[in-house]
Design a protein around this ligand. Structure first.
Ligand code: TXA
Ligand code: MG
Length: 326
């Protein structure tokens, strides 16, 4: 059921679907980050995902669908929600919508909420797996809770010490998680900055998109201060690294003898988002105690990058089981 210590990695989407159909969990590639998937209708399998990640049960999962038609079997779409889905699916957008009652989705997926988070990933392998299973997949990011999200199969394997089956789909193209929007009738609120910029959504809607405050009535339970954390400490807004520090650069970097990773020499935010978790992971593995991070402009995808960096830099005094990162 759970993370199987002896497993064979699936090679085709059909192999992965066969694992999932018998209640095993399996990591799958998506365009944002790798997901740790379970058949969303199988409570034992969904439980195994929570257990493998060490994730608190009150932190709900995203149901991944092949298309809008599958998603409409799970939630009530307002006209605005449907327009957003038509415009941005498949793609890095998750919609939090009123959940339909009486569906086959395990109550563990939604953690008791009246809403459900839905997304259609823009990755052919991910959609093939869901199509072969014939049902939605519950899939959080494939990292132990609170750690860096994985953008490669190897990162998943390292994260779980090789105990999780992984369908290898190469590097994730977007590199940060999906943008989460809660849609209530005509009202749209961003719960999580992500790979679809708030500006792109605003341009489509023709109005600004508000950001949820932490005390807002609608919230993503997983948006905790400390999250996406490497082992090293982060020092943000660093013009240059101090001796002994590793440096996560953006654009032309100062001379540095220690470990250095450039998110984007050309200062391209899309490239920087794609490289973010891989870069943090590489510098973390260099063994440096501190990773100094260059200033990243807060526009476009910079909003999602800075959100992840702020959480990665946040104090981690809360014990792992009291926190709720995803
Ligand atoms: O790009 C992504 O979204 C990746 C890939 C694998 O699809 N998935 C991902 O899942 O980032 P996860 O579990 O790491 O983050 C999902 C976030 C959590 O913060 C959770 O609290 C929130 O979505 N969420 C899920 N269902 C919700 C709901 N009904 N209402 C509010 N927030 C919800
Ligand atoms: Mg996550």
């Amino acid at each position: 059921m759970s993370a199987n210590p002896i497993h064979q990695d699936p090679v085709t989407p059909e192999d992965a679907a066969a694992l999932l159909a018998r209640g095993d969990i399996c990591a799958i590639p998506t365009e944002t980050v790798y997901g740790l998937a379970a058949d969303a209708a199988n409570s034992d399998a969904v439980l195994a995902v929570y257990e493998a990640k060490g994730r608190p049960r009150f932190n709900p999962l995203i149901a991944h669908c092949t298309d809008l038609a599958m998603a409409e079997t799970l939630a009530a779409f307002s006209p605005v929600a449907r327009a957003l889905a038509r415009a941005f699916w498949p793609g890095p957008l998750t919609l939090v919508l009123p959940r339909l009652k009486g569906t086959a989705i395990s109550p563990l997926v939604t953690a008791g909420l009246d809403t459900i988070a839905l997304r259609v990933p823009d990755h052919p392998l991910a959609r093939s797996v869901i199509a072969a299973l014939g049902r939605p997949l519950a899939a959080p990011s494939a990292n132990p809770s609170g750690r860096l999200s994985p953008t490669s199969a190897d990162q998943v394997r390292r994260g779980f010490g090789g105990t999780v089956a992984v369908l290898d789909g190469g590097l994730s193209q977007a590199g940060v998680e999906s943008t989460i929007l809660a849609v209530t009738g005509e009202q749209v609120i961003q719960l999580r900055a992500g790979a679809l910029s708030r500006q792109d959504v605003a341009d489509f809607l023709g109005c600004e998109v508000a950001v949820a405050t932490t005390d807002a009535p609608v919230n993503a339970p997983g948006m905790l201060k400390s999250h996406y954390a490497p082992r090293a400490t982060l020092r943000l807004e660093a013009d240059r690294p101090e001796p002994g520090e590793a440096y996560l650069a953006f654009g032309t970097a100062p001379r540095h003898d220690g470990p250095l990773f450039n998110l984007s020499l050309a200062r391209d935010l899309r490239e920087a988002a794609r490289n973010l978790f891989a870069g943090l992971d590489a510098l973390d593995r260099s063994g440096a105690a501190v990773i100094a991070v260059a200033h990243i402009p807060d526009e476009g995808l910079g909003e999602a990058i800075n959100d992840r960096l702020a959480r990665a830099a946040a104090p981690r005094e809360a014990p792992a089981d009291a926190a709720a990162p995803a």
